[in-house]
Design a protein around this ligand. Structure first.
Ligand SMILES: [Zn+2]
Ligand SMILES: [Zn+2]
Length: 394
């Protein structure tokens, strides 16, 4: 092969296998049956490749028993696609780079899942797709534009079966457009951590939106994804907290014997050194879900900001692989990630994959989604393959 592929292999220690399950309360709001536990003691093999163009994105689902996690370079935002042979889950779809809406996410989804929808779903001048493609689950971690600016288009363009949202209303245009798309979707079942209004009508920025299929989810709910795959809600807060980051829907995704932790912009508190005491959602997760936050792969909280990734939290998660999604736009006065957070990740032995490294010297012909601003150069496909019996040491 002409291009050098940096492929590293992590063998997940067999003892990491299925984490001991804490007893769970009944799941009165769990709308989808809990997946049966199907543990295997074989270690998973985790490999990854940088995506330099759409040609590097596998166009077919992985084979049974293998899973993919796609870290999509959306510029200054977050979008992660999780894929098995029988499901697809998209966690966030947004960017703070205005020119980027929808090109990076939709270009990536078209390559990975197939183009879907109508003329709004492709670049201008391109023929409309002739099909509609299903996405089983879309999760909005919290209502900030860098996590949801392209989500209305995803819901418009794809047959999204389930949409998960904290339910914390943000009086913004992008959030209104997401809920409008959910209300108009022929397929989407809407799940929120907030109470469901009796009339199924929600008002956002001057518009009343009716959503017919709507129910509530709770912390501890476990949702079947596919064969040997499920996700569990570890943090669900629908109240209107001062900072929407505190509403981040945190999910632990079990993919065979591997574990992926998606935390959105969950924080510990103010911007401080990782050695500072843990707080806020990170403290809650350590205290309430110590076993379930152990993960092989961590989406690093808040784009690698010093608001998150306290050392105590990283020690509890102990990831082999740390996914940092960030771009050139400032968050407040700072560009993320913070170097001290990267150092803390290295100190626990994690390998870091970043979406912000090649924006300035990317081959524009291969920039995923076209040459219009940052993003599209540093996506990664992470493959989780079942372990081989020979790899098991006595
Ligand atoms: Zn964010
Ligand atoms: Zn945020």
């Amino acid at each position: 092969m002409s291009r050098a592929l940096a492929i590293l292999v992590i063998v997940v220690a067999a003892c990491r296998g299925p984490a001991p399950q804490a007893p769970r309360p009944p799941e009165p709001h769990g709308p989808i049956p809990t997946t049966p536990e199907q543990p295997t003691e074989l270690p998973a093999q985790i490999t990854w490749e940088r995506v330099r163009s759409a040609a590097d994105i596998p166009p077919m689902p992985p084979p049974a028993g293998t899973f993919r996690v796609h870290l999509i370079d959306v510029g200054t935002g977050l979008a992660i696609l999780v894929q098995g042979h029988d499901f697809a889950l998209l966690y966030d779809a947004g960017t703070n780079d205005p020119a980027e809406k929808p090109v990076r996410v939709l270009a990536y989804l078209a390559a990975a899942l197939g183009a879907s929808g109508d003329g709004l779903c492709v670049d201008r001048g391109q023929p409309a797709p002739r099909q509609r493609v299903k996405i089983d689950h879309v999760v909005l971690s919290h209502p900030h534009a860098d996590h949801g600016s392209a989500m209305d288009l995803v819901i418009h363009c794809y047959d999204v079966a389930n949409m998960w949202d904290s339910g914390r209303i943000n009086e913004t245009v992008f959030y209104r457009e997401i809920l409008t798309a959910v209300g108009a979707s022929a397929t989407a079942h809407y799940h929120t951590a907030a109470d469901v209004p009796g009339d199924h009508v929600v008002g956002v920025k001057g518009t009343e939106i009716k959503i017919a299929k709507w129910d509530r989810f709770s912390e501890g709910d476990s949702i079947h994804l596919g064969e040997s795959a499920k996700f569990t809600i570890l943090h669900a807060e629908g109240k209107k907290l001062a900072d929407p980051n505190q509403n981040s829907v945190v999910i632990a995704v079990a993919l065979g014997t591997a574990r992926l932790l998606l935390v959105g912009d969950a924080e510990s508190g103010d911007r401080e050194d990782p050695s500072a005491p843990v707080g806020d959602i990170e403290q809650f997760l350590i205290e309430q879900h110590a076993a379930d936050i152990r993960a092989d792969i961590l989406q690093v909280g808040h784009h690698g900001s010093m608001t998150s990734s306290r050392r105590a939290f990283l020690d509890a998660v102990k990831p082999h692989l740390a996914l940092v999604s960030s771009g050139p736009k400032l968050y407040g006065k700072v560009k993320l990630p913070d170097s001290v957070v990267l150092e803390a990740l290295k100190a626990i032995g994690a390998t870091i994959l970043r979406t912000d490294e090649h924006d300035d010297h990317c081959d524009v012909d291969q920039r995923l989604g076209g040459d219009s601003g940052p993003g599209g150069c540093d996506s990664y496909v992470i493959t989780i393959a079942p372990g081989q019996p020979a790899a098991q040491s006595p």
